[in-house]
Design a protein around this ligand. Structure first.
Ligand code: UD1
Ligand code: UDP
Length: 383
């Protein structure tokens, strides 16, 4: 019998867990080929556990690293030290990381120090602006410098890798695993009731905000826009599952806490959050993952950022960048609320980010890696 490939999947935050869950499930469905080890850093605690429960993932290792209001220096060092010991003990053949968090970047570095190959799921996203998003842009660049296998979700991200000098045979275009997670979740739980009671006569706008670049004055301006939005449109309700980062909570609860028709709720489990996205008239967010999910359910998105590493849906016309700017938020939200043609243009059903089969493509690529034929691919690509 040939030896199984020992694959260690490492993640720490809510979005990484959502997007890695389909990969873990695909690995575990082929136990004769893969030995799957799941390691969570728990950079997030409650918001990570919500996802593990939904996808029934029991981590083999839990570093339990989250501390209140953690800063980047301490978190990075704790992940690096934690992963040093985990890698020494478990010696995987390959490590899979996801996206652009501190867990992703520091785990990749730990893999490099241990000379263990790293596979980067959702590789190649770029804004080409070092400080925006911060620190995610540099986390992506570091991870892509260290990785040996790359799983970009779109042709654009694949091209970014090629432009950065990544050898073509190491790149596997997969689509984004978030679509696998979304379709799985809607199918499993889509018919369950909504997590809160809303007036059916009203239109509901779903809002999330958490980016570090928006802390402070930008978030104040965003909240002012929301106050004015509900004051202007009497049939509009805002639902805001408030991120657990204290820098978000302080401002949002202080400014919007007692505003009629603005519902501040705790972060939702992924399943009820998907149902809420489905029910929303449209979405306002600075989240990366939600920009990718919304086109699959025909929901227009206004993005509270000035740049995005996910330009595909902007080009398609379903996502608009409004930044943290009060007047732009009000103008674009107003268009969607009052102009049916503008609304219809933004609610097309097509998704440039994936088709729900990204996880299978990812593990098929691992089989190529395992067979040692990456170098053959290289030879073929070169000749
Ligand atoms: C992190 C990622 C960001 C990602 C986001 C997804 C980094 C630097 N940032 O940002 O890229 O888009 O997650 O949500 O990797 N907290 C809790 N419970 C939780 C989660 C967070 O209490 O379950 C609080 C803690 O006080 C924690 C703080 O939020 O210290 C910040 O968490 P952290 O992961 O450092 O940053 P995020 O803003 O969540
Ligand atoms: N999400 C969730 N519950 C919430 C808010 C968001 O499950 O209350 C999901 C959302 O559908 C998406 C992911 O969390 O899949 C996005 O996470 P986040 O916005 O925290 O991070 P980002 O994608 O910006 O890194």
């Amino acid at each position: 019998m040939t030896r199984r490939l020992k694959v260690m999947t490492v993640f720490g935050t809510r979005p990484e867990a959502i997007k890695m869950a389909p990969v873990v499930m695909a690995l575990q469905a082929e136990p004769e080929t893969f030995e799957s080890i799941v390691c969570v850093t728990a950079q997030h605690r409650e918001m990570l556990d919500q996802v593990l429960e939904l996808f029934e993932i029991k981590p083999d290792i839990d570093l339990d690293l989250m501390r209140p209001n953690q800063d980047l220096y301490e978190l990075t060092s704790r992940v690096l030290m934690g992963m040093r010991d985990v890698l020494r003990q478990h010696q995987p053949d390959i490590i899979l990381v996801h996206g652009d968090t501190t867990t992703t970047m520091a785990t990749s570095l730990a893999g490099f120090y241990a000379r263990i190959p790293v596979g980067h799921v959702e590789a190649g996203l770029r804004t080409f602006d070092k400080y925006y998003p911060f620190p995610e842009e540099i986390n992506r660049v570091v991870t892509d410098s260290v990785a040996s296998l790359y799983f970009p979700p779109t042709e654009r991200s694949r091209q970014n890798l090629l432009d950065a000098g990544v050898p073509e045979p190491a790149i596997f275009l997969t689509g984004n695993t978030v679509i696998d997670a979304l379709l799985f979740t809607l199918q499993k739980t889509g018919s369950q009731p909504l997590p809160l009671n809303l007036n059916p006569q009203n239109r509901m706008i779903l809002v999330t905000v958490h980016r570090r670049e928006n802390f402070g004055q930008p978030l104040v301006e965003i909240c002012e826009a929301f106050q004015e939005l509900v004051a202007t449109y009497a049939d509009v309700e805002l639902v805001i599952p408030v991120h657990m980062n204290p820098n978000v909570r302080q401002t949002v609860f202080k400014m919007l806490g007692d505003t009629p028709r603005i519902h501040l709720i705790e972060p939702l489990d992924y399943a009820p959050f998907c149902r809420l996205m489905n029910e929303a008239y449209f979405i306002i967010t600075d989240s990366g993952g939600i920009q990718e999910e919304a086109p699959s359910i025909q929901k227009p998105v206004l993005v509270l950022r000035d740049e995005t590493e996910r330009p595909e849906a902007v080009e398609m016309g379903t996502v608009k960048l409004v930044g943290p700017h009060k007047q732009r938020i009000l103008a674009e939200a107003g268009q969607l609320l009052t102009n049916p043609d503008a609304y219809n243009l933004m609610s097309q059903k097509a998704n440039p980010y994936g088709d729900g089969k990204a996880a299978q493509r990812t593990i098929d690529a691992l089989k190529v890696f395992m067979s040692g034929s990456l170098s053959t691919r290289k030879a073929q690509a070169v000749s």
